[in-house]
Design a protein around this ligand. Structure first.
Ligand SMILES: O=C(O)c1ccccc1N[C@@H]1O[C@H](COP(=O)(O)O)[C@@H](O)[C@H]1O
Length: 215
């Protein structure tokens, strides 16, 4: 299972989090976020990180030009679109950045809303489900209803579960639903952008238990 730790702002924490077992590191490229990082900060954070670790930039409601510039200059390997981006936008982004993984995030307002994910199947590599918050785009710590989601959501693309995941609730979540990846931000933080490495380590201890249980 892929494990993405998102909202990293400090370069030395990238190295530590990758060493603890993350398969993907996430960098917030949304200027309003307290976790926002510049191109220079991303470059510094990802330069020492092994190639096999995905480096994902999180964007929301910005332009293809802006995303392309950040990706090209920073060395990101993937893009997470966390706003209201349309399938057509994803299609155009794919043409601009053919080698880059595109993850389309959905802030799930209702289970009916999940049907819209089908419109993206041909244009993105992966989906991500986050909880909806009326004022904040992400990093809210709010959880989804994992049990209902398991009943209603069976996409044809690989997908990440996000939204309020923590070392304390991760095994409960994964007992109810089987995503291809998980994405954690505020659940492993001291404060926005300052990751709690003890919590990240505890997360991987919990996931190791799961591997033992599921054989
Ligand atoms: O983390 C942010 O500040 C952020 C800002 C704008 C868009 C997305 C953002 N984060 C994403 O939010 C989810 C879930 O976060 P949490 O675990 O509930 O804190 C995650 O996918 C982040 O990439």
């Amino acid at each position: 299972m892929r494990v993405k730790i998102c909202g990293i702002t400090q370069p030395q924490q990238s190295i530590a989090i990758a060493s603890l077992g993350a398969t993907a590191l996430g960098f917030i490229c949304v200027p309003d976020s307290p976790r926002y990082v510049t191109i220079a900060q991303i470059q510094t954070a990802i330069t020492p990180i092994p190639q096999n670790i995905d480096k994902i930039g999180v964007f929301a409601n910005t332009t293809i030009l802006e995303i392309s510039q950040v990706v090209t200059e920073s060395g990101l390997t993937g893009v997470q679109l966390h706003g209201e981006e349309t399938p057509e936008f994803c299609h155009q982004l794919r043409q601009s950045l053919p080698q880059v993984e595109i993850i389309k995030a959905f802030r799930v307002r209702s289970l009916e809303h999940l049907q819209t994910t089908r419109n993206y199947t041909d244009y993105v590599d992966s989906l991500l489900l986050d909880a909806y918050h009326p004022q904040q785009l992400g990093g809210t710590g709010q959880t989804l209803d994992w049990h209902k989601l398991n009943q209603e959501f069976s996409p044809s693309l690989p997908w990440f579960l996000a939204g309020g995941l923590t070392p304390d609730n991760i095994l409960t979540a994964l007992a109810q639903i089987k995503p291809n990846g998980i994405d954690l931000s505020s659940g492993v933080e001291h404060s926005p952008g300052h990751k709690n490495l003890d919590q990240v380590a505890l997360l991987f201890e919990k996931l190791a238990q799961l591997s033992v249980v599921s054989g």
